[in-house]
Ligand binder design. Structure first.
Ligand SMILES: Nc1ncnc2c1ncn2[C@@H]1O[C@H](COP(=O)(O)OP(=O)(O)OP(=O)(O)O)[C@@H](O)[C@H]1O
Length: 282
């Protein structure tokens, strides 16, 4: 499997503040890879290094087969898309005019604008001037601009942090479509359900270190409780062991018609994060 990102022993120190410490991971071509962690854990710092905006203190990085020193060059910039909170849009121009400029810069046919505006649910707002946009709309325009040129690799720093559930859902659909067409996505988020829906694999970052890395499904299985949750007709919820020792107990409740529902007791990604780090993901 081809690696699009390779990071070995990455460290970043700001003065006496260690932001990243011995970070190791790789992202495969075609993956949506989630970088999850609480505020201050080093997510943005990682994206800034991988997009050539910040130099690492030490470590080895390769993105799209290029070493760190090549990540500032325009050839690389044209192959990636980046969404950060710094919009860089022209405030006095409309959404459409902003995207048109970007099309010209990146040799993208103008008709692509309609497609991306549809994806971010802004088709009917194209003529609005950027200075008059809400925070959520601004985030959607910046996102549209980040994938207008269908980059090989898309970096998204908290892509739906300012969005309502309807728009988040719209964006998730668009990102899945883009990923299906071949764009590899590197995504940071606090939002565990977003990570579960979008990511093939996730890394849990805490205090600048990766604490866990795997597919969400594998993590949930690995940290699953050895019990099942049974809702009874008397309103009580009980836990029954999964093995043979629980079978008789479950059979007993079922034969008396006392069972309303049975659920496996799988943790959410948020639960696992708290278990591993002792910290809430906020
Ligand atoms: N330019 C900088 N100068 C000094 N310290 C910095 C700088 N940028 C980041 N840091 C520190 O590095 C650590 C990691 O910050 P980073 O912004 O990468 O976290 P984050 O996980 O993206 O947080 P958030 O979710 O709040 O955006 C923090 O302790 C932060 O204060």
């Amino acid at each position: 499997m081809e690696n699009v990102i390779e990071v070995k022993h990455l460290a970043k120190v700001f003065g006496n503040q260690t932001a990243l410490e011995d970070v190791n991971f790789s992202v495969q071509k075609g993956e949506t890879f989630g970088f999850l962690g609480p505020s201050g854990s080093g997510k943005t710092t990682t994206i800034k290094i991988l997009t050539g905006q910040l130099s690492p203190t030490s470590g080895e990085i390769k993105v799209l087969d290029l070493p760190f020193l090549s990540l500032k060059k325009s050839d690389y910039r044209k192959r990636i898309g980046v969404l950060t909170d710094n919009s860089g849009l022209y405030q006095r121009l409309s959404i459409y005019e902003n995207l048109k400029l970007y099309c010209q810069l990146y040799d993208v046919p103008i008709k692509r604008i309609d497609e991306v505006l549809e994806t971010v649910n802004l088709a009917s707002e194209a003529k609005k001037v950027v200075s008059k946009l809400s925070k959520g709309m601004l985030q959607r325009v910046t996102l549209a601009r980040a994938f207008l040129h269908e980059p090989d690799l898309l970096f998204l720093d908290e892509p739906t942090s300012a969005l309502d559930p309807v728009n988040s859902k719209h964006i998730h659909k668009g990102l899945k479509k883009l990923n299906d067409k071949g764009t590899t996505i590197f995504l940071t988020t606090h939002d565990m359900s977003e990570a579960e829906q979008l990511c093939d694999r996730v890394a849990f970052l805490n205090k600048g270190q990766i604490r866990l890395l795997d597919a969400p499904k594998m993590l949930r299985l690995k940290y699953a409780d050895e019990s099942i949750q049974v809702q009874l007709t008397n309103g009580k919820e009980i836990l029954i062991p999964k093995g043979p020792e629980g079978a008789d107990e479950l059979h007993n409740y079922m034969s008396k018609g006392q069972v309303v529902s049975i659920h496996s007791n799988e943790p959410t990604l948020g639960d696992i994060f708290v278990e591993i780090t002792g910290r809430e993901l906020i």
